[in-house]
Write a protein that binds this ligand. Structure first.
Ligand code: FEO
Ligand code: CA
Ligand code: CA
Ligand code: CA
Length: 632
């Protein structure tokens, strides 16, 4: 079919929205000077703060009347015995006891267990990546790392990825980490042993010389976003795991699989030079042991983290949970790559709210589905089940393990819709509607209804609506949903790809490249971005209503320092603190150029701003000066 032009597709979708009523108000909004906060009369938004402008510098900024406090940064002490951060002497031994690099997903787990505390809890943070040329002296740039990194440097780097759990307490309006708390924990790529469970555990394709059983894996890494289960365990996602594998799988039985995951095609880390398991010619199956969702229990430091294969293997952005009225648990997941898919997993049985231990292996038994979006505004969840439809031996799927290991290939076979890099997909706990962040896809050749721009530079947000039961509750496990476009990223004045929001947004109200999202206690949507440098603006956090007169009226609440993306937005239960992760500050200029940028010459030295220290990724707590609920 001849692809329909963007205008026609956008009109078809946007006509279903009652809020985007025309361009007059939008044009008026943009007569205001850029970079200024713009208080307006009769603001239809329920969010009571003045939006920031789009300026970018080496500092972070939060809306007037708020504070931005650094809670934890790369190298801070986590476990008992952790040495103080010493930038000239970081080792694997010190790093495994300290907060990791490049913090991404954040969860705040109230303490004590089962409470609703907003003053004491566990901060759970992913560490998505590491850049040795920024962490350590001696590299002129990223390219040098591959050829020059030593074993000691690589091991330090591997110890800096993974995940951290740190107890934090609110004292006099400031969050303080409890270094050495018995609850604190680190997972990393070098030391942590994880169990493998579910249908792919023990598969021939997961077996290696180190692990002939195919059930025990060393390391979790490239941990992007995640989620929290209804029973309070944390889900840690493995995303760009392909970038550590060197060599080629050409001519082997894994050729199709590794090619689809980019394994062997995008080497970014020097790990394979010092660890043979990352060389494909030595260990063809190691790559199949990564790209999963990991579950661990933050309330039990002895809990062995487990890779839950039932949830499929791909580049997992996040894994956020919702509960169907019948008690079954649903996990929404994005696969962050161009033209990859949105997934949903449904548990086979209801979760047990009365007996926590009964949910221990609930994530091992369920059905993975993938989304097909129809032009008529419906969405179909297609099951990925061995023996169902084309998922059989004739197409290379001999078992459910094969379907899960190659979830991407299975999704294509059943007719899933290729999407514009799905990042967070998360249900609004107040309304039951589900929001999907599509960050961008400049490789998209032709627009379709759910991805209404070819070469999508700025990304968009979709709103998915499950059907309701008689009590009006969202049926998250239903086979069909409705869907709509919530907003299109980008500057509304952009001639090529104009953004679409509520017409009342102010000068700093438009965003680009939505990545992570969360909801405040009133169900309003807060979006973090990764990609502002494409258009010379700072990444940050925007908030908007999802219903009513202020729907899609995004306001900028936070701006990151130059070079950083913002990840992991997460509220305390009372909505008085928003935690955000400032990731890789100072690694490039305002236009994303990283040439000549390294440890000794960053573009920002956030958060210390000390000429003797490199930039450090950090968790930041955003609060109102009066301690009130953010957004009012
Ligand atoms: Fe790690 Fe999809 O961002
Ligand atoms: Ca990132
Ligand atoms: Ca992300
Ligand atoms: Ca991203």
């Amino acid at each position: 079919m001849e692809p329909r032009p963007f205008d026609e597709l956008a009109r078809a979708r946007l006509s279903r929205r009652d809020i985007l009523r025309g361009s007059a108000a939008l044009a008026a909004a943009f007569t205001l000077p850029a970079g200024c906060a713009t208080p307006r009369q009769a603001d239809p938004s329920s969010l009571r703060f003045e939006g920031l402008g789009h300026g970018v510098d080496d500092r972070m900024h939060v809306a007037p009347g708020h504070s931005a406090q650094v809670v934890l940064a790369w190298g801070d002490a986590v476990l008992p015995g952790a040495p103080a951060f010493d930038v000239g002497a970081q080792t694997a031994a010190s790093q495994r006891l300290q907060f990791g690099t490049e913090n991404d997903f954040l969860a705040f787990v109230p303490l004590p267990l089962g409470s609703n505390s907003s003053t004491r809890g566990l901060l759970c943070a992913n560490h998505e990546g590491s850049r040795l040329h920024m962490m350590m002296p001696g590299f002129d740039g990223e390219a040098e790392v591959l050829s020059r990194a030593t074993r000691a440097q690589v091991d330090c780097e591997m110890s800096a990825q993974g995940h951290s759990v740190v107890e934090i307490v609110l004292v006099d309006g400031r969050w303080k980490p409890v270094a050495g708390s018995a609850s604190n924990r680190r997972l990393d790529a070098l030391h942590t042993v994880l169990r493998v469970s579910g249908p792919a555990a023990g598969s021939q394709r997961l077996r290696t010389r180190e692990d002939p059983s195919g059930t025990r894996v060393v390391g979790t890494f490239n941990n992007c976003a995640g989620g929290v289960t209804p029973w309070g365990t944390v889900l840690v996602c493995e995303e760009n795991v392909n970038k550590v594998f060197a060599g080629s799988a050409r001519g082997t039985r894994e050729e199709r699989n590794h090619e689809r995951m980019g394994v062997g095609a995008e080497l970014e880390y020097a790990w394979a030079a010092h660890h043979e398991r990352f060389v494909l010619e030595r260990e063809l199956n190691e790559a199949n042991r990564h790209g999963w969702v990991v579950e661990y229990d933050p309330h039990d430091p002895s809990f062995e983290p487990v890779k839950r294969t039932s949830l499929g293997r791909f580049k997992h952005e996040g894994a956020t949970c919702a509960v169907d009225p019948d008690g079954r648990v649903v996990v929404y997941m994005g696969d962050d790559d161009e033209d990859e898919h949105i997934y949903r997993w449904t548990s086979a049985r209801p979760w047990n709210p009365n007996l926590r231990a009964a949910n221990r292996d609930l994530l091992d038994d369920g059905v993975l589905h993938v989304a097909r979006f129809h032009e008529d505004g419906t969405l179909e969840w297609l099951p990925l089940v061995h023996g169902h439809g084309l998922l059989d031996g004739g197409n290379g799927f001999e078992s459910q393990a094969d379907v899960l290991i190659e979830a991407r290939a299975a999704a294509t076979l059943v007719g899933a819709t290729p999407m514009d890099r799905p990042e967070d997909v998360e249900a609004n706990p107040r309304t039951g509607k589900v929001y999907a962040m599509l960050t961008n896809n400049t490789r998209r050749a032709a627009a379709d209804a759910a991805n209404p721009r070819a070469r999508n530079k700025h990304g968009h947000v979709l709103e998915l609506e499950p059907p309701r039961d008689a009590q009006g509750r969202a049926r998250h496990a239903a086979e069909r949903y409705a869907w709509d476009v919530f907003l299109l990223g980008g500057d509304p004045r952009d001639a090529d790809q104009p953004g679409e929001y509520h017409p009342g947004i102010d000068a700093g109200g438009w965003l680009t490249c939505p990545d992570n999202c969360t909801f405040d206690p009133r169900g309003r949507l807060w979006i973090a971005s990764d990609g502002g440098a494409r258009v010379g603006i700072a990444d940050g956090v925007w908030a908007c209503d999802v219903d009513g007169e202020g729907r899609a009226l995004t306001k900028r609440f936070f701006s990151a320092p130059v070079g950083a993306e913002v990840c992991g937005p997460c509220f305390t239960p009372d909505g008085s603190t928003l935690f955000v992760a400032v990731q890789h500050p100072g690694e490039s200029d305002a236009r994303g150029n990283s040439r000549g940028v390294h440890h000794g010459a960053p573009t920002s030295r956030f958060p210390d701003h000390d000429p003797a220290l490199p930039p450090r990724s950090a968790v930041v707590a955003l609060r109102r000066h009066d301690g009130g609920v953010l957004g009012g």
